[in-house]
Design a protein. Structure first.
Length: 134
């Protein structure tokens, strides 16, 4: 079970790195989320929505000219609401908005992960369990 979960997690994070390397920016909530993605070797552009204390609309205005984005907000109630708002607002502005990875990670991590910043420890935990339990 853990081996399959690890395989899927590695595939998900590989897909995220690949999309990021192709130049698709990722939107997260805060700096700790960005640090977590960097520790997972995501090297592309990451925009932190809450890092500067600006309004949501000001943040989205700065994305004008962007063609695609990946939404990776937290998995708690606030993060879900924020993801839906961003998806609607960015789509309205004709920015292709991908939240498939968010949904895939949420499905994989279920109740184990509530925030993006928890993803590295989640990955370490399932690696440990996969080795211990096969």
């Amino acid at each position: 079970m853990y081996a399959r979960k690890l395989e899927e997690a590695e595939r998900l994070f590989g897909d995220l790195r690949e999309m990021s390397d192709k130049g698709i920016p990722i939107i997260v909530e805060g700096r700790e989320d960005e640090k977590a993605l960097r520790s997972l070797n995501v090297n592309g552009t990451i925009h932190c929505l809450k890092a500067r204390g600006e309004t949501r609309f000001s943040f989205v205005d700065k994305l004008t000219g962007t063609e695609d984005v990946i939404l990776l907000t937290d998995f708690d109630r606030e993060g879900k609401e924020l993801r839906l708002w961003l998806y609607d607002e960015l789509t309205r502005r004709r920015i292709r908005t991908d939240d498939k990875l968010w949904r895939r990670i949420r499905a994989l991590a279920k109740a184990e992960v509530h925030a993006v910043e928890e993803l590295p420890s989640f990955l370490r935990t399932i690696k440990t369990r996969a080795l211990a339990f096969g």
